[in-house]
Design a protein around this ligand. Sequence first.
Ligand SMILES: [Zn+2]
Length: 432
Amino acid sequence: MLDLILRGARLPDRSDPVDIAVADGTIADIAPRIDGAAAREIEATGRLVGPPFADPHFHMDATLSLGLPRMNVSGTLLEGIALWGELKPLLTPEAVAERALKYCDLAVAQGLLAIRSHVDVCDDRLTAVEALTEVRKQVAPYIDLQLVAFPQDGLFRAPNAEANLLRALDMGVDVVGGIPHFERTMDDGAASVKRLCAIAVERGLPVDLHCDETDDPMSRHVETLAAETTRLGLGGRVVASHVTSMHSIDNYYASKLIPLIAESGMHIVPNPLINITLQGRSDTYPRRRGLTRIPELRAAGVNIGLGQDCTMDPWYAMGSADMLEVAHMAVHAVPMTSREAIRWSYDGVTVNSFAVMGLPDPTLRIGGPADMVVLQARDPIEAVRLKATRLFVIRRGKVISETPPRRALLTLDGRPTSIDPADYAPSDETRQ
Ligand SMILES: [Zn+2]
């Protein structure tokens, strides 16, 4: 007997519905009709069944700390960093772990089962590292949580940052982080990129830098990171996150830089919710959007994952662990509104972000892990449009979260008595 059968599932790239059979945590079969019984059957009724969502850029040590010890009044990155600096000495491992676990509950409900979180290592006590390595162990059965040793106050600018970063790696943190644009000088920033790449080589670890998260068109650390990645042959082990300065560079320099990034094989992670709110703050009008050049990087063949960055912390008062909200914001803020680009944004929060994290391709296939999300939407574009309800979240064949479908009951004379937002999808003929 099978553990689970999903009936009438629509896969992201297949229009005819299929049944999906699960045994021993693995997808045993995908076929138009699967006979036989299972301990549990779920009627997907033509709804989208896709892989879980992945968030390749997050800050779990700060999440859900909004208002502690005060609010960010200017809304800038720099006030956020200062505010976090006020909160850091007050942190306890217990409080950090409690907030992180509470966030992970919400992530599961949103079908978000892979998260890469930066962890600030500029506190000599390494409170957050201690807390989050424990949380990583606790959530391992249901979330792939990766930790990045992140010297928030600068590798060279903050005392003990490099020593603390190395200690954090010794404690089992997975990835080397950095923030070259926050070092004291451009030279220090470039030197930090080189030093961090050298540490990654020595330890055989990936690199994921907050890189050029600024409106300054002269902030060009991604160029150094691309060159080091190529020189050291690090390729897909390297991620440049944010890279908002690329919004403000001139087109000629972009035409030189983008091929260097593509050549290096590194990944790029824009964070649309945060970039659209933190960037352009010193502008009057016109006001820059501050998102990196997603269409141009895509056209050059660069893998791009979309990150959430923050949920209710010193940098961002909003957020809900909803990666479809992140994709939705990317579509608007870039903007990229073709059907093809909206469809791509769904990959940006699923398969592409798994690749950023160095995890196996999560595309549902026979023999693959039974990790799936059933959405109240017919296809990926509809999922992004509706920020669709996650009806069932399945990890290794077990349902770990269920949400009832969204349905409104109307009391209008001569009109339907109930509506399902997913019924508003365009017809098959008009969809393309
Ligand atoms: Zn970040």
